[in-house]
Design a protein around this ligand. Sequence first.
Ligand code: AMP
Ligand code: GLY
Length: 426
Amino acid sequence: MDILVVGNGGREHALCWKIAQSPKCTKLFCAPGNAGIANVAECVNIQPQEILDLVNFAKNNLIDLVVVGPEVPLVMGLVDELESEGIKTFGPNQAAAELEGSKAFMKDLFTKYNIPTAKYSKFTNFNDAVSYVKSREVPIVLKASGLAAGKGVIIAQTEIEAIRGLDEMMNQNRFGEAGKEVVIEEFLTGEEASFFVLVDGKTALPLLSAQDHKTAYDGDKGPNTGGMGAYSPAPIITKAIERKIMSSIIKPIIEGMANEGCPYKGILFAGLMIKDGEPKTLEFNVRFGDPECQTLMRLLDSDLVEALEATVNGNLDRIQLKWKNEIAIVVVMAAKGYPGSYSTGSIINNLNAAEQIDGTKVFHSGTRKNSTKYVSDGGRVLGITATGKNINECRARSYKAIEAINWTDGFYRTDIGWRIINNKNK
Ligand code: AMP
Ligand code: GLY
């Protein structure tokens, strides 16, 4: 099969790396890709939002399967356009991608199908939103309903902060159109984790759990980022909790989506809060997490292409996946200044040395090649992954690999995996 992956991050590097290992894959393209992806796929200079160009490329090159990485083209309807040309595509169509594209739509489904989540209300009128905030307790959570590149959530500690947040979202257009409608919800406490399933419209095949590290600096300090590191699986998601997630969250949302006339196909990423053994849903994403995907791909022992094909063809019930009985970690190296402003174009040396360390693999998030050298080309730049038999072995391997890398403009968190270590020491 000739396969096209859409996207240019670490997630897409991990997907390409795994797809390229499949005996089913005859030719692999990535649009637009990055310098790491170029080692396993042919990069094509088309951006993920350039829907028509992507469709034309897939048609002209007789692509057998398109795999869409990021949410924006999914919400824009890339899958619908490709399918209308008869091109098989992994990912939800536009109607199903609303699950991530509109938090108001998502929360209403939770209510309708009785899926455990934080209590909420949604508003398009500022004064009504303010009155609601005044009637609730703080902290309180404000969410821009639309896509806001992971930045549309404000956790307000006081009523004044909440009203200011609402003003920024609803009157001052801080998140543009995405903030015109706001979901206001109860603040949940507990431990956060993610859970991933493949869905073919009716059957859900569980993958693994993971835990992300969202803030920029050690000790969960600093501004929120796209994710500075992750590991999989997450020990908090025990087998018993996994069963609850499948029966009280995943099954009802899949049945609900089908019932609403927008059956879900693709990867479903549940963001969860776990307290006293009970999972509640914070959100669904309609894509793999980045950097969580990098850890999942390191642990998958089966042919990814077979699983993606079965998802598209509606026969996931025939697939059984094998996983390495190990832990995988990813530590992100980002450009100094990220998630604020940062510069690009600085040289990164010694990546080969990093990959000599047992169990490691470096995925590129934002790199390009400058003649023969890799240079930085984004906020998150590299994801250093390692597998191992426990968290300490994984951490030792990935941090040793980081020490081998020579990139003066980068920074990383030194505490990825702290929660597992702390919980063990309790
Ligand atoms: P979301 O994009 O909805 O996942 O929100 C981003 C982050 O905000 C989550 O990963 C949580 O850390 C936090 N968050 C979102 N909703 C809540 C909530 N209801 N209670 C506590 N924290 C939340
Ligand atoms: N790492 C979190 C996300 O991909 O949304």
